[in-house]
Structure formats: structure tokens, C-alpha cells
Design a protein around this ligand. Sequence first.
Ligand code: GDP
Length: 453
Amino acid sequence: ARMVKAKTVNWLKQVRYQAERLTGQRIRIGVTGLSGAGKTTFITSFINQLENHQRGLLARRPPFDRLESVRWQRDGVEQPFPYLSALAALAADPPRWPESTSDLSRVVIDLRFRPHGLLGKLQGSRTLHIEIIDYPGEWLLDLPLLGLDYGRWCEQLQGWLSQEPRRSLAGPLLERLTAIDPLAPVDAGLLAELTTEWTAFLHRCRADAGLSRNQPGRFLLPGQGVAAEMLQFVPLPAVNQHTQGESGSWWHQCSTRFDYYRDYVVKGFYDQHFSTLDRQILLVDMLTPMDAGQAALVDLKAALEAVLDSFRYGRNSLLERWFKPRIERLAVCASKVDQVAPSQQRAVQQCLEDLLTDSLSEVRHGGVEVKGFPLAAIRAARQEGDALVAALDGQSGGVRYQPGHIPEHLPLDLKVQGPELLRLRPPTGLHRNEPFAHYRMDDLIDWTLEGDG
Ligand code: GDP
């Protein structure tokens, strides 16, 4: 009965959202990107720019010149985005970057515009509700699981694990997994241990090799609402799509949990959240993998292609089987470009779009409007003469530096001699009631809300 009730409530919510959407009063914007892409900082700056619309770069551009009031909803929002603690970190002395996204969170902002023209006077003031949904891009990497069963997933991972750098990163874990007979009775303690090791392996893939396709995504960022024990399964190299084991076997246990993960965790996210988005902002930290080198770029490309699959609408796409997706606009943004010289910022964006040429045209082909923006949510470095000036994390005083080379285009073999990156600290003097110095946030906000002001 509780399930039925929850379903009805959900359904009513959907009906209300639909109605508001049809009258143009509500826009739901997804913000995603892989871990470290800059989502938390971006959303904090997004709210800050709107809250300070009268003084920032937004002040003079329509329709924001008619923006009368902005209200960030503090109460009654489920899983709220931690706006105040993010601000507190940025305004601390010395300033700190806010905590990164580790789960889904939400922001609701109400904008009230002054009416304009005769029609406007008749209609009175116009309110727009923006709902921003922040979620880890890693969750989208699980989309392909919707089309797999446990056996096929194991086959795919065998392929990945047979190549460098994953083979070395897996080390002895690979042998331990290979040694398991999938038809033998499962050892719950060993399974728990191997799951922990698999998770550690995924962390190494990300941290040591800059790899991005780390499955299952929730092992890295579980989010709330999933029982920890259901997240205990590992791929077994001895399993293929034809394997069948009895109840109580390794195969049966892992396969059952894989199915649960696919049908409730992954599909549940798509049904409940993803399918309600109107617009999507995808942030990409392009500079770190350019600095790390070819293998990191190769994996980033594969990961972003997998992420973009969720925005590829075609008759045969996995998503169409479950719902009619309706994201109408996608902004693809190279984030944190303040780390390089202003003259190089466009090139970073160009390299990102070069990396994704094919998948972006697929997304466009499916009817989504796509636009690219190089972005800095908060400018931590500024140009002085021919150098950049910034403060470094954990150090007092500033540094002057020359960012390394950024090519105009990404070479096809993805071999780049990347920039040298430093760990910058946020600038001092940030305050909620001052617009943060940024790069092109106003263009992005405008484009994202366009047509609804
Ligand atoms: P998330 O994991 O996607 O939520 O990413 P965060 O917003 O936590 O950002 C990750 C890190 O990137 C931060 O800790 C900062 O070091 C850096 N960062 C984020 N935004 C900016 C920016 O606008 N400029 C600069 N220079 N660094 C940023």
C-alpha cells in the first residue's frame, strides 16, 4: 500500500510539474559532470550571480534587466544543495573550495520579472521557478548497464582488465577474482572483501591513471537510499553470458545483486530524476586530463561518450524504451578555464569539442540544441602583464605563473603536451552579497533560461 501511495504522490507531482512546464513557469536544469568537474562551485556561483543580478554582468542584459526579485528556497526542498556551507567555505579565511558533489541535491530558485509592454501589464508580473538538480556524472556511466546482464557485464570487464593501465592497477585482485569458481557456494565474507577491493581499484583507476569509466558508478559515489549490502557484487572473469549457477552460488548472488542494481538503482534514477529534466549543463574538467596525458584523455573521451549516450535520443536508444526523454538543450562547458590565460580559454573549449565531435553531432541529430561555453564559475587567477597571478592552496601570498601550452585543436591521437597546473585557492573577499568574479557565467545562465524570461 505504501508503494502505491508513493507512486500516486509521484504521479501527482509529475502532473503538477507538467502543467507548470506547459505554462513556462518551471524549468528543471540538470547539472552534471564527473567528480571534480566543478559542479558544486558552479551551482554556488549560479545562485550567487542570480542573487546579485542587479550588480553583476546580468544587470544589463534582457530579460534579467527586468528581474525584480530572486528567492532561493531554503525550506521544504528534498535533499537540498548545501548553498550556505559552500558560501561559508568560500568566504572563510583563508578561503576554501566547497565540498564536492557526492549525491543528488536540489536547488529551487524563484525569479520574478517585471512585466513589460502592454501585454505584460495585463498579465502582471511573471514568475519563473528554476529547479537545479546536481548529480554525479558517474551515475550516467551506468546507463550501459541497462542493456546488459551480469554475464555480459563480466565479459565486458574482462576486456577492460586485459589492457593497460587497468591490468596493472588491478594487480593481484585480478588473480583473486579469476580464481573464483562462479558455480561454487558463495562466501559472503570474501565477497564483501572483494567488493571493498574492487572499490579501491576503481579509486586507483581514477586517482592514479585519471580513468573515468569506473563501474559500477555507485561504488565510488553511492548516494543515499541504497542498502549497502545490495552494493556487494564483483565481476568474475570466469563468468560469461552463458553461465548459470544454482541459488547460493557466486554467480547467483552477484547476478541477483547486479539485477537489483540495474533495475532499481540505475533505472530508478532515470525514472525519478533524469526523465524530468528540461535542460542539462555538462561540466568537464578538460585541463587536468590534458595535463595528465594521452591515456587520461582517451579514457575521458570514452567516459564522456558514455555520459552523452544519455542525451542521444533515437528510436533505438536504451532510454526510449522507458520514457520519452525531453531534454531540449545541452550546454557543454570546459570548466575552470581561469587556470589558463584568457587568450587560451577558447582553445580549451575547442579541444573539448574536438574530443567529442562525433557524440555531440549524435546528440544534435537527436533534436537537442547543443552549445559550448568555456567557463570559470569563480575566477581564481587573473592576468597581469604576460603572467597569471593567483594564490595557491595551503600557501600564503600569491604566485605569478605562465600556464603551459594549449593547442588550438586537439590532435587526433590525443597526444598533447599539456599545461602545467597548480592547485589554486579561491580568491579572498568572496561574499554572498557580491557577485563573484567569473568567466561567461552570464552567457550560460542566459542561454539556459532563454525563452522563459
Ligand atoms: P564537483 O566534484 O564536480 O562538485 O567539483 P567541485 O565544485 O568540488 O570542484 C572541484 C575542484 O575544482 C575544487 O575543489 C577546486 O579546486 C576546483 N574548481 C572548481 N571550480 C573552479 C573554478 O571556477 N576555478 C578554479 N580555478 N578552480 C575551480
